[in-house]
Design a protein around this ligand. Structure first.
Ligand SMILES: Cc1ncc(C[n+]2csc(CCOP(=O)(O)OP(=O)(O)O)c2C)c(N)n1
Length: 378
């Protein structure tokens, strides 16, 4: 019997591609130099977006944000292997998958501000992105519920002989939810084309994973449900890609579900409302060191392949920051949704009592604006 817990790295059980310091003698399976650069740039885009979100929140220009610093490889590695018709059921920390699938930055920025262009019309909690055209399903704040929807979507695809794969993500904390149990039960029995990623970033807000789960690893949970499982170094973008690609291929070939634990670390706070210094020491800094940071590791690998220069690095950062700043500046100057839009999408024909309330509200809104004109500049 082992006394190791799901919180330890247990590195011998982790799938890795960037495992040693040797110069790679070939590119990672399935990837070209262009792919590698695209993945690297995708990780930088997430890091830069987080940097911007954090600054906007700290300066009071947006109310709330969720970042994923340190978890960029999880998002890019899993997204790179997806096909356009596949379905994504994220939780709040995987907006990078949406960015990587080509959703314009304005879509993300508009949601951050909840303005009138926000696809959720300012009604969702911030950081709960959605994008219908890329099959990025709006996440629920209630931990775990989306896993059931994901497995159901995959069951429907199997029934309709639709070749899409459904992927979903859950945190280490989320693996304790009832819905994790229900979804794994259905996945194991009906064997739909679904891939479930456990993002083991080692904390559920302040609770370390060792207090969340008594098993040695989180991927061990798959065996109990008859779902093949693998544990991957979640800061090795090429290993994440390799495991994802193989699992998606299995799903597409009718071989059923896979559970993949991605071992990583949440280097930032849980959200902008959290202060991690209250429950952990300086360990977060180590996870952004040259040895552990997923971006630094990919950079070193690219250096060894001879496909990275400082000029390239500077150019990528500068272009990325410019694009992000432009999108957030535009979002900031876009008006907020009108009060009357509260009444949209509820009834096909607004009932008379509700119509009266809407009209009263509209009068109040215009009266309020007249009274306070110029008092609330953006
Ligand atoms: C059913 C439910 N219980 C509790 C919460 C409060 N809550 C929000 S996020 C969170 C922690 C989730 O941690 P984890 O699943 O490890 O994901 P992470 O945020 O670390 O990426 C909790 C407990 C909730 N939203 N839903």
């Amino acid at each position: 019997m082992s006394s190791k817990s799901a919180g330890s790295a247990n590195t011998e059980t982790l799938l890795r591609v960037m495992a040693d310091n040797a110069k790679p003698d070939q590119l990672p399976a399935g990837l070209t130099v262009e792919d590698i650069k695209r993945m690297y740039e995708g990780m930088i885009a997430i890091r830069a977006y987080d940097e911007r979100q954090k600054n906007l929140q700290r300066s009071g220009r947006i109310g709330f944000c969720v970042t994923s610093t340190g978890e960029e490889a999880v998002q890019v590695g899993t997204a790179h292997a997806l096909q356009p018709n596949d379905w994504v059921y994220p939780y709040y920390r995987q907006y990078g998958v949406m960015m990587y699938r080509g959703v314009p930055l304005n879509v993300l920025a508009d949601h951050l501000y909840g303005n009138q262009e926000d696809l959720a019309k300012g009604r969702q909690m911030p950081a709960h992105y959605t994008h219908k055209d890329t099959h990025f399903v709006s996440s629920s704040s209630v931990i775990g519920t989306h896993l059931i929807h994901a497995v159901g979507t995959a069951m429907a695809a199997k029934y309709r002989k639709d070749p899409s794969v459904t992927v979903t993500y859950i945190g280490d904390g989320g693996t304790s939810s009832n819905d994790f149990h229900s979804s794994l039960t259905f996945a194991g029995v009906f064997k739909p084309p679904v891939v479930l990623f456990i993002v083991n970033n080692q904390y559920a807000i302040s609770l370390p994973v060792a207090k969340q789960c008594g098993a040695e690893t989180l991927h061990a949970k798959g065996a109990g449900y008859g779902v093949p499982a693998i544990r991957v170094d979640g800061n090795d973008v090429f290993a994440v890609y390799q495991a994802s690609r193989e699992a998606y291929a299995r799903a597409r070939a009718g071989e059923g579900p896979t559970l993949i634990e991605l071992f990583t670390y949440r280097a930032g706070p849980h959200s902008s409302s959290d202060d991690p210094t209250r429950y952990r020491g300086k360990e977060a800094d180590q996870w952004l060191s040259e040895e552990k940071d997923p971006i630094a590791r990919a950079r070193k690998y690219m250096q060894k392949l001879g496909i990275w220069t400082e000029a390239y690095e500077e150019q990528v950062w500068e272009e990325t920051r410019t694009r992000i700043n432009l999108a957030t500046t535009e979002a900031e100057t876009t008006p907020e949704p009108s009060w009357a839009s509260l009444f949209d999408d509820v009834y096909e024909e607004v009932p008379p009592a509700l119509a009266r309330q809407r009209d009263e509200l509209l009068e109040t809104e215009s009266g309020f604006e007249r009274q306070h004109e110029g008092e609330f500049p953006l």
